[in-house]
Design a protein around this ligand. Sequence first.
Ligand code: 6CS
Ligand code: FE
Length: 295
Amino acid sequence: MTAVTDLYPTRGAMEVATPRVDPVVWSDPGAPGPLQPSELSDFDRDGFLAIDELITPDEVAVYRAELDRLVADPDVRADERSIIEPKSQDVRSVFEVHRISEVFANLVRDPRVVGRARQILGSDVYVHQSRINVKPGFGASGFYWHSDFETWHAEDGLPNMRTVSVSIALTENYDTNGGLMIMPGSHRTFLGCSGETPKDNYKKSLQMQDAGTPSDEALTGFADKHGIKLFTGKAGSATWFDCNCMHGSGDNITPYSRSNVFIVFNSVENTAVEPFAAPVPRPEFIGARDFTPVR
Ligand code: 6CS
Ligand code: FE
């Protein structure tokens, strides 16, 4: 296999910023799909796009019921693909939910979902990662600031920034219950983090990320330059965001859970190779190695 150029060095001795060389929107202007040209240009500029109602309230009820069923299933809870909240021992996330559940598999191939991903990535797509995040009330912890691509490049071996995530709210996202925060425009700078990837890093990073965490100085610079946007919305709303957005979420100490389904689409032109900054790839339930396009 020919060596793949590492366009985005990370996890070396020093933190280093690299300007993005990849496009944000890979399709040609006017390419067919559910997104309007103005939505694509907003996504290109900001690195995200909020949709007020991607799925209807009736559909939300179906997915909420499926989430509740999965979370209550002892076999799912015991599965290595389930991440448990360290404090409450509640289920925090269930990975590869599109393989575990036919209901969520249908959501992935819904044209309103996969059609938008294809339009942004300008190609057929496959699921790099899927998960349901329960984020129960009364103390579920958030995710510190990070770029997903930094991890997916370093540990899963994705070469280019041709990957898009969608977070579909299954409960109301208030401004108080630990919502997603993104720094608008941060997707155009890759922040390579300092510090090598520990062995089996995923066993810790999916509860509390350490390797791949930006410095306070870098985050202050990003926040001063880009600002911070908090995403709120009703159940059924969705946030599409580029793989390299600097984002995070706070703890949820309210009584109201902030549950979502999170699907990561990668272009079939950007399939995973060897990790760029880790000894071995993460398990396939976190970083897929089956590149079968979504049909
Ligand atoms: O490491 C990952 O792949 C996951 N971690 C976070 C905090 N966001 C992206 C992704 O789900
Ligand atoms: Fe993330």
